[in-house]
Design a protein. Sequence first.
Lengths: 318, 409
Amino acid sequence: MALTLEAPAVDIGKAARAARRPRRGRRLTGDGVASSVFLLPILAVFLVLFAVPVVQTVYYSFTDYKGLAPVVNWVGFDNYVQIFNDPSLLVGLGFTLTFALTTTIAITALAIPLAVVLNRKFMGRTFARSLFFFVGVPAQAIIGLIWQYIFSPLKTGALNSFLVTLGLPSVPWLADSTLAQFCVIFVAVWAQVGWHATLYLAYLQAIPADLYEQASIDGASRRQQFWNITMPELVPALAVSSFLLITGGLKIYDLAFALTGGGPGYATNTITQQIIQRGLSQFDYGLGSALAVLFTIACLVVVLLQIRAATALTRRYS
Amino acid sequence: MNNPHRRLGVAAVIAAGALIVTGCSGGSGDSADGGVTTLNYFTWNNEASMQPLVDAFEEANPDIKIELSSANNDPQAYSETLLARASGNQLPDVFHLSLETAAEIIDAGYAYDLAGQPALEGSTPAPVFMRGGEVYGMSLSAWAGVIIYNTDLLAEVGYDSVPTDLEGFIELGEALNAAGTTPYLEDTNGPSGSFIPMVGGFYAASGGSDEGVFDGEEGFETWIPVIEQWHGIVGTVLPPEVVGVSGDQIKQNFMAGQVAMYRSGAWDFPDLKSAGITFSTAAFPAIDGGEAYVGGGADSPYSLSASLEGDKLDAALTFLQFLNSEEGLKLAEENLGQVSTSTNYDANVDPAIADVYKDYIQQGKFYWTQFPHDGSVMGAALAAQFQLLIQGQATPEEVAARLDAAWNP
């Protein structure tokens, strides 16, 4: 008896459609579930450490909560009105934005040439690289305390003593509002330029050397090679570095507080210092929360602008 | 459970749950470990100066250990740190109340009522740290903020003491400037140590008080005459570059013989003596229409956290009892420069401050502003406004107006 095998009747179209459709059933019970479950820890962290505090902060910003006794009264926008009517808070916001923008520009402008120099071969290169990186290692508060001594405005201060021995007049470094702001920015740039130069150095070392050889053969000068080869290759590093600098600059607190205490007057006051002082130390959770909400919105705007600019730059040079 | 993905998933859920639970749990700490009870004490004083008292107590009480932390004699930093710790539910077991923090800490129920405790016998509670019959701080000494001056540097310009009138004080400053010596420095990161006593002297001579300001019946414009006269020492006695200098730097400069006078108190005597400086003390000069006064009041009292109980409470009360004992008060006098007001010990007033103690403290000629609430806010406002005044960025009228705005937001 011969066996006759017949192919079962199959709807080709239906089979093709089924093949294109993702196989949900099996993936959900296997990889899909495992992937979702692995997100649980970070979701828990996000909820507990971010989402819940943000919602609480927004709520408290509309109240007169003092943070000690559990008495909470709704005051509407009173806290926000107080912020915009308080000149010291506006000065703090102004300095915070100035600090973030100025340090970003200054560090970027110094770190790139420094990285180019450190990428060349010279005696003591490894030591130089370590030295520049090391200055950014100590905590910002420690750096602030050290420079407070150096920038002491007294005639007997460290830097002023040196100036006086050279026959120059002493300078009221931390006693003058503008100079104090300059000192805070200077110390921040000094502390961070090495770290960011190291970041750029890593990207520089990934640039193929034959690009420069070819450019040299074609007669390109060093300057032309820098702008047409080096800089385009550094655009991704620029995006990362500027993002870190902007976000770090907006959060500035420990360096300025250790160096000047926020003074003279309110000249080097920062928004973070105001949030901590008003909200925690002076028991005005409502006002501190309102400050935090406004500051978060301001940071979002600044960071979004920065990301947009970086994306445009990356597209331009990719 | 054969599916490895499922096992991993369960492990992740357990890890997440553990993370949430540990993150949300309070950190009360154990009271006793191996029979030793540990107390954490946030001291007002310099940690190195306080350590001998702690060592002596631990030697006498081997079952109690004290973990010491300090704000190194910086009142503003102490107040802000204490309030931040209180709001974060991390109030130390033993701490000090101050004029800036008393209202908030007591009214929120954070301080333990010490009324009737044997540890308090011999001490006189200060009214500002009491509520009715309840006592929230054990005051054992009085403090005096004075001018500490280098007798040698003053002698070089022909002075054997500090003049008690403002005009004479300014002339002394000019003489010291001419000799190339910085006349006077004070820490501008808190309320002015020279201005506040002048306010006290002004009130004493005029019969006024700060109650009208606190009640809202009058504003800080009543301080304008004092601010204007105080401003006269800027540039003549007090160099404008004092803004931006820390209290530690000022003390170091004085100990190095680079400053003739600075504002401080007996708490610095141990350090000054170790530097070999020949020094003495003086009151702040009287403005026109005022009297020479010193800054002063009851020392920031010792307080206990209201959450203490059981072994920790017993240990804390034992610590207070030691501090109010003859041995504790003697050690405080030797190491902290504190002048005891407790009957458990007869104070030996340091010769350097004996005259000021006799002529001012014992005569009641001391004053410090006791804000009934928001002391920390007003302390910060006073510091900032006087920094602007010294820089020339604010007038006395503007300073008074901004203090009003800070007091009545």
